[in-house]
Design a protein around this ligand. Structure first.
Ligand code: GRF
Length: 222
């Protein structure tokens, strides 16, 4: 019998190009996934339009009826409630720019769900924002992106896989950002595929895998 598609909720704040890649691969059946909902903390995120175009349910948790942004805890309670209605297997943070607190992270873990984040650096280096500028300023010779488990400490959960590329002569933050973005579009679906195929399993906060090499898997691009 065919394996059931992995039910995924994607949390976004902006453009949603990584969401687009996942939706395209769902449509072309190159990933055995079902994106059951897209949750945004920004009502004007372009990712919402992408999801609507693909007939994927969207959930905006941004401002209350007085146009006041929801306090963090209220956002998280509402997002957990959405996850419950969707019967999700995996939560993907793809360009989700709000820092999550233990309320949400413990809530996800209590439901025995996996949650991964895409971060534009070779973790554990360059956690946080503005990674491309900081990497250039520090004179690094390479940069990349990581997919990692989300735990209570920001950008510090177990790293599953990384895509790495050399920094080119005359590189600007802009060119670097574009090149890393393109790598993200390859890395995220690859990791999602491992979850969908049961090659990575999270149970009781513990990751097990049969990928045949220690994590993180590192992929080098020229
Ligand atoms: C990516 O660069 C990701 O690493 C960061 O936010 C960006 C999201 O891009 N967390 P997009 O919204 O998927 O286009």
């Amino acid at each position: 019998m065919a394996k059931k598609p992995l039910r995924i909720a994607v949390l976004v704040s902006g453009n949603g190009s990584n969401l687009q890649v996942l939706m395209d691969k769902q449509l072309s059946q190159t990933l055995n996934i079902h994106i059951v909902g897209v949750i945004s903390n920004k009502q004007n995120a372009y990712a919402l339009i992408r999801a609507q175009n693909a007939n994927i349910p969207t959930f905006v948790i941004d401002k209350d009826e007085h146009q006041k942004t929801y306090p963090r805890a209220e956002f998280e309670r509402r997002a957990l409630a959405v996850l419950d209605t969707l019967a999700v297997d995996l939560v993907v943070l793809a360009g989700f720019m709000k820092i999550l607190t233990p309320l949400f992270i413990d809530g996800v873990q209590a439901r025995n769900l996996a949650m991964i984040n895409l971060h534009p650096s070779i973790l554990p280096d360059y956690k946080g924002l503005d990674t491309h500028t900081r990497v250039l300023r520090a004179g690094e010779i390479q940069h990349g992106c990581s997919v990692h488990l989300v735990t209570q400490e920001l950008d510090a959960g177990q790293t599953i896989a990384q895509a790495i590329t050399p920094i080119l002569p005359n590189e600007s933050a802009d060119t670097l950002q574009k090149r890393i973005h393109a790598l993200e579009h390859q890395l995220l679906p690859m990791v999602v595929h491992w979850f969908a195929e049961g090659q990575i399993v999270i149970d009781n906060k513990t990751l097990t895998h049969n990928l045949g090499a220690p994590l993180p898997l590192r992929l080098y691009y020229s």
